[in-house]
Design a protein around this ligand. Structure first.
Ligand code: GLC
Length: 661
């Protein structure tokens, strides 16, 4: 393994400068011979600008054992091939994005996340549903894994057999390109997963390895004996302790143990091999050239392994991201990266490039902490832990932002930091236990209908599955036929989404939440899904329920109207532009989450969210603290704030976004 840290920074800088100069001259000649004049000039300019940002981490990663100049020449040639085959429309988009690089931080952005088959059958079907998305104000669409994946269990598509082919049940690459174009014409950016940590054991690379091809065997982490696997296991956690215990699988066809962090059919790639880095770059660019604008980099914390650690969040995992970031920017600058790093709060912002020195890494990352704290707040009817945990987080570096969300296709792991819990008088372990019991519906007074996922008696850990509507109490209220409970539960779901839409960052609607879809049960008898209760919250779209979305008396109508209202209010609220910083505030009511946003141009915003079941209020002095003497409520048609008796009322389970009048 290359030990980049021992390289003297001055020496690295000199090497980077020298290499960039050599490569830039050669590449600009070649670009001129292959590309139109303007495209060649743009390519050369980007190369000069961004290549050093790639070379620096590449030297750290590979400099000790590999020929980095040769690697860099290969990578530049991959970039040239990619830009040479990029369509005119995408080259135009590149240009537009370079002029407005913060497009994804705009307050008009609203994301939607769905499975192609479950939402609309096929890719062509998704095209037929664009009006539905437009009505919700959607500007960003994350289609869950849709590339070719293995037969049988495939971890919801995260066991890819071919990064260049679409799952034939959903359509073809041509359908994907057509959809990407249709989306772009509707100003909706397409986001797709790139599963970088592993391939399916049926991927061509893995098959070649199994056939004895040493080049491809070196793509994976294989071990002839248990000695090293056992040594690694000593400090490795298990992602799926119930269904896929251990991190290594004996693969008969390799006659070796192979690293399998997730399932036995997902073989971890070995990024200490620069060929793997280069191969994945080519796959990313291939997708970029199909019209994908946001690459969701799956499971990125796991890409580098180090003995004696949990093999997550290693410095090298960040260097890989930095190198890919810089290189993709040269060939496809319209494309941004989103990190799927579900890691403890202290490790998260690093995926946006916040290190001791800032490095361009991912533009977006899931705000897992906000999601967890939202659910903690509504279960406990108490915002002290969320306030404490969120105030301790470092802000995203300029030009980056969070994706905020309430639910996604994965389970909820209770990322509650023990020190944060202790600071507000809670025991972290006990609070995580409370949240599991609460959301599994086991706790007295629980409104939730979730299920435990990967319950691990050995560690006492568990996570939670269930749709937002099931977890927020809508299912329980409908079962009980209780209108008061139903009203409360709908408000609870919407208050969580009001935080998600009003915190700052790009909010994501997880398919079905806008219609309060309950838990899915069909997976229990599906051989490819049973055993993985995450399918509980991966429902099939219910288009009959969707047809009731304008019926003000129906649950679907009430919830859908709430979502449309949030999206419209957000669009009209420039203080929600992602360039502003968010900071939680302490108020004198433990049921009201408060946060301020300070936008350098359009002024501040004060967010208030009451997670309690009854009306509450906060001391109006907070308005002066955030410099909002004459505030109006953007969630209430810009009505002036009704301060009474020196207090700002916040109705039960509701939110306010206060901005300058
Ligand atoms: C990510 C995905 C999850 C999947 C895992 C392995 O965490 O969100 O669904 O199981 O990666 O690919």
């Amino acid at each position: 393994m290359a030990d980049g840290q021992s390289t003297h920074p001055g020496a690295t800088r000199a090497r980077v400068a020298e290499l960039t100069e050599q490569l830039a001259v050669a590449a600009s000649h070649e670009a001129r011979s292959r590309l139109a004049r303007r495209d060649a000039a743009a390519f050369a300019a980007r190369l000069e600008r961004s290549l050093p940002d790639a070379l620096d981490p590449l030297i750290r990663l590979y400099g000790a054992e590999h020929d980095v100049p040769a690697l860099a020449r290969r990578l530049v040639s991959t970039l040239l091939d990619a830009v040479g085959s990029r369509s005119d429309e995408l080259l135009e988009l590149d240009h537009r994005r370079e002029i407005g690089p913060d497009w994804f931080l705009d307050q008009s952005m609203v994301g939607y996340v769905c499975y192609v088959d479950r939402f609309a059958g096929t890719l062509a079907g998704v095209r037929g549903r664009l009006d539905y998305l437009r009505e919700l104000g959607v500007t960003y669409l994350h289609l869950m894994p849709l590339l070719a994946s293995r037969d049988g269990p495939d971890d919801g598509g995260y066991a890819v057999t071919d990064y260049r082919a679409v799952d034939p049940r959903l359509g073809t690459m041509a359908d994907l390109e057509e959809l990407a174009t249709a989306l772009r014409n509707s100003r909706i950016s397409l986001c797709l997963d790139v599963v970088v940590n592993h391939t399916a054991s049926e991927h061509a690379w893995a098959r070649r390895a199994a056939e004895g091809d040493e080049t491809y065997r070196a793509y994976y982490r294989t071990f002839d004996s248990r000695a090293l696997p056992d040594a690694y296991e000593a400090s490795l956690p298990e992602v799926f302790p119930d269904t896929a215990p251990g991190n290594f699988t004996y693969a008969e066809e390799l006659d070796a143990w192979v690293w399998t962090t997730f399932h036995d059919y997902q073989w971890d790639l070995d990024y200490s091999n620069p060929d793997v880095f280069a191969a994945m770059l080519a796959e990313m660019l291939h997708l970029a050239n199909r019209g994908v604008e946001v690459l969701r980099l799956d499971a990125v914390p796991f890409t580098w392994k180090r003995l004696g650690t949990d093999c997550q969040n290693q410095p090298e995992a960040h260097w890989l991201l930095q190198a890919w970031r810089a290189l993709v920017r040269i060939a496809a600058p319209a494309v941004i990266f989103k990190a799927e790093a579900i890691v403890p709060p202290g490790q998260l912002v690093q995926y946006l490039g916040a290190h001791v020195r800032q490095r361009a890494e991912c533009e977006l990352a899931y705000h897992n902490q906000l999601m967890v704290m939202g659910w903690s707040a509504v279960a406990a009817r108490d915002v002290r832990l969320p306030t404490r945990a969120l105030e301790r987080m470092r802000p995203p570096p300029p030009g980056t932002g969070w994706v905020t969300y309430v639910r996604c296709h994965d389970d909820i792991g209770w990322a509650v930091d023990d020190a944060d819990a202790a600071a507000v008088g809670l025991d972290g372990f006990a609070h995580r236990g409370f949240l599991n019991a609460f959301y599994a519906g086991e706790h007295p007074g629980s409104f939730a209908r979730g299920e435990r996922f990967q319950d691990d008696p050995a560690t006492g850990d568990a996570r939670i599955s269930g749709t937002a509507a099931a977890l927020a109490g809508i299912t329980q209220a409908l079962e009980a036929g209780d209108d008061t409970l139903l009203d409360q539960a709908i408000r609870r779901l919407l208050v969580l989404y009001a935080v998600c839409f009003g915190w700052g960052g790009l909010p994501l609607i997880y398919m079905g939440d806008e219609l309060a879809l309950g838990n899915e049960q069909s997976w229990r008898t599906d051989p490819a899904a049973c055993g993985d209760n995450r399918w509980l919250h991966r429902p099939w779209m219910d288009w009959q329920a969707a047809a009731r979305r304008h019926d003000v008396d129906a649950v679907e109508g009430r919830v859908h109207a709430g979502f449309r209202h949030l999206a419209a209010a957000r669009r009209r609220t420039p203080a929600l532009h992602g360039a502003a910083r968010t900071r939680p505030l302490w108020t004198d009511d433990t049921g009201v989450l408060a946060w301020r946003r300070d936008h350098p141009r359009v002024g501040p915003m004060l967010g208030l969210a009451n997670v309690a079941d009854e009306d509450r209020s906060v001391d109006a002095g907070v308005l002066a603290d955030v410099s909002l003497p004459a505030a109006v409520d953007a969630l209430d048609g810009d009505a002036p704030v009704d301060v009474t008796g020196g207090r700002i009322p916040v109705a039960r389970l509701s939110a306010r976004w206060l901005v300058e009048g």
